[in-house]
Design a protein. Structure first.
Length: 160
């Protein structure tokens, strides 16, 4: 592998030249992979925990049992799903607590969109004066962890 002098990117080619990039070569440009939601979430939880927050991952939805039945991990009282049943999905990924403050954090990779159930829960929480913050991408996670490390009266909207 050599660093191309023409554009600064790292190229992997069938024919390598340390001095110049040959346009006729087959070239594959390597870029840093996008972090997955699971990777962003794990880093967010570690960062908040190091900052003194009590951090919980909330597994939502319905889970299939070994016998073929279904188990609802939780439901939100007063909130119904699209079929009118008690809602058991849409709760944010992470709940963090410190100094009487609760953070509800939904983790998305860059460009990720909330599901209908997540939007329904966000609106329901807002009716009760509770904000659900979206942590978007690696940069969003780093900003929120930095803000949460120094303050407990956190307003994550200003950290974005």
């Amino acid at each position: 592998m050599s660093k191309c002098r023409c554009d600064g990117l790292v190229h992997v080619s069938e024919i390598m030249s340390a001095t110049k990039c040959r346009p006729a070569m087959k070239t594959l440009v390597l870029r840093a992979p996008e972090a997955s939601e699971a990777e962003i979430q794990a880093a967010l939880m570690r960062g908040l925990q190091r900052a003194g927050w009590l951090v919980m991952r909330v597994n939502s939805g319905v889970h299939k049992t070994a016998r073929g039945g279904f188990f609802r991990a939780y439901f939100v009282a007063g909130l119904a799903d699209k079929n009118g049943r008690p809602a058991c999905s849409g709760f944010p990924d992470v709940l963090a607590l410190r100094d009487g403050v609760a953070l509800l954090l939904e983790v998305k990779k860059r460009g990720g969109k909330a599901s209908a159930a997540q939007e329904r829960f966000r609106r329901f929480a807002a009716l009760h004066g509770v904000a659900v913050e979206t942590v978007e991408g690696w940069a969003g996670m780093e900003k929120i962890v930095a803000t949460a490390s120094t303050r407990s009266d956190i307003s994550l909207s200003s950290a974005k």
